[in-house]
Design a binder for this molecule. Structure first.
Ligand SMILES: [Zn+2]
Ligand SMILES: [Zn+2]
Length: 123
């Protein structure tokens, strides 16, 4: 499971599921909770979803309503208590632009402690 969504060591388990975007208390990454559900592509009924081999798929192999085998994956912009029964949650690391501040702060701190000679050159 740990290789599926690009997380290295941390599964971001402590990220609360009701937050949209928040920092993981374990690894400090900015995490976005993304909800997805599957729908029958024929009749549009919601299907209970799960993650299998890194893909979002319906739990049943065919639609319980019309019997079709095709489905579509749909992003749920705001989860509610009805959809939560159908949806799967993927905790996604938000890339660079949002965490640039954190990034440069970390780099600056490292420069200060590890390489004081470099700092002197800038004065
Ligand atoms: Zn984490
Ligand atoms: Zn259907």
């Amino acid at each position: 499971m740990e290789f599926l969504f690009g997380s290295k060591d941390c599964c971001h388990e402590k990220v609360p599921v009701d937050a949209d975007v928040t920092y993981c208390p374990d690894c400090g990454e900015l995490i976005e909770n993304q909800w997805y559900l599957t729908r029958c592509s024929c009749c549009g009924v919601k299907l209970q979803s799960m993650i299998k081999n890194g893909q979002i798929v319906p739990q049943e192999k065919f639609c319980h309503n019309c019997g079709a085998h095709e489905f579509v994956v749909e992003r749920v912009p705001k989860i509610n208590f009805i959809d939560i029964n159908y949806a799967v949650l993927i905790k996604t690391v938000v890339p660079n632009e949002y965490k640039e501040f954190t990034q440069s702060w970390t780099d600056a701190a490292r420069t200060c402690s590890d390489t004081p000679k470099l700092l002197r050159q800038f004065r």
